[in-house]
Design a protein around this ligand. Sequence first.
Ligand SMILES: Nc1ncnc2c1ncn2[C@@H]1O[C@H](COP(=O)(O)OP(=O)(O)OP(=O)(O)O)[C@@H](O)[C@H]1O
Length: 248
Amino acid sequence: MNGGTTVAAVRLDGVSKVYGRNGSAVRALDGVSVAIPRGSFTAVMGPSGSGKSTFLHCAAGLDRVTAGSAWLGGVEISGLNERRATEVRRERVGFVFQAFNLVPALTVRHNVTLPLRLTGRRIDRRRVEAALERVGLGGKADARPAELSGGQQQRVAIARALITEPDVVFGDEPTGALDTVTARSVLELLRGIVRESGQTVVMVTHDPVAASYADTVLFLADGRLVGEMTEPTAELVADRMTRMGAWA
Ligand SMILES: Nc1ncnc2c1ncn2[C@@H]1O[C@H](COP(=O)(O)OP(=O)(O)OP(=O)(O)O)[C@@H](O)[C@H]1O
């Protein structure tokens, strides 16, 4: 540590992302700078098309930045070639998607251990059981995704995201396909992970209630970071989104 500064879990420095060229170019991110501390839960909100998914993809090194730099801990992910970026992602990052993205033909156990296989790591049966217990799915290791509810499937996806003990878990609308009650239990789980393990969760959402589970909400509009809210409540987030014209 130098001079009392800590390395952020996720950092964007002046990141811009332009899709396409010339006449059809879209500036999806426009000079975004932010540092997300370790052990925090951050929600990213903004109107449709404001750049939320692009933010997540650039921060996770899934998308190349056009300008600026993206950092995961001390590693500049935006400066790596595709092969190295993939290695760093597999080591340091977990993903949870709206559509769960489980492999239907595989059991819960095999879905969860997939990232370990990809990195060639040893599969410790007890660790897999512990991961399933942690998401409330002890005893479901031999089930297949189709035999589980949506909320249970998302818990499998969370166990899969956590199995490599990543520094950061990125969620793209992780509760978007769940009913309200199930969504809340998944959000409680994500918040618990941050509190207990000190991992960092960054989640894109449209839902002010989901955002209220975060420590900090970042607001994007037209590819720019236009605001930040700490200790959010669903009402305050909804009010802010209304003032941004998000639901006009
Ligand atoms: N691969 C791409 N090629 C061209 N344009 C893209 C691409 N991906 C995103 N865009 C454009 O970049 C802008 C930001 O898109 P992005 O998906 O990041 O927004 P978003 O806030 O996540 O939207 P939503 O809430 O609707 O999912 C939009 O104008 C979108 O059309």
